[in-house]
Design a protein around this ligand. Sequence first.
Ligand SMILES: [Zn+2]
Length: 156
Amino acid sequence: MTIRVGQGFDIHPFSSDPGRPLVLGGVRVDGPGLEGHSDADVVCHAVADALLGAAGLGDVGLLFPATDERWQGADSMALLALAYEQVAAKWRAVNVDCTIIAEAPPLAAFREQVEARLSAALGAPVSVKAKRGEGLGALGRQEGIACLAVALIERV
Ligand SMILES: [Zn+2]
């Protein structure tokens, strides 16, 4: 069995637009929205990067450039599906593990929903952990949300 591992990271600042929804791993979460060209779903972007990285297929920015109007306000679950479609030509996800770093809002109530949504999208177990920034740096000052992800893939 040939296996490979990839890592992903993403970060977005909170939006100044109070009407912008917060979407994490395809789940609408109570809290201020994030700024970005797409729906700014940091979890989807980090997971997609981890999968693409594992397969050696570049990254989300390369596949869906911010200069391309097609991705304006895009649903990042759709972007993740498109990215995984490329990976899935030769690989299948074994598992993905994510850590969302957010001082606020509290994410405990949404964690399992995000896991279920992403696991269903990839057909593989996705685990999600939530950490706080402990007051340190930009994340600790509640200026945005970041996500780390690792993906293990195996040759189909
Ligand atoms: Zn992003």
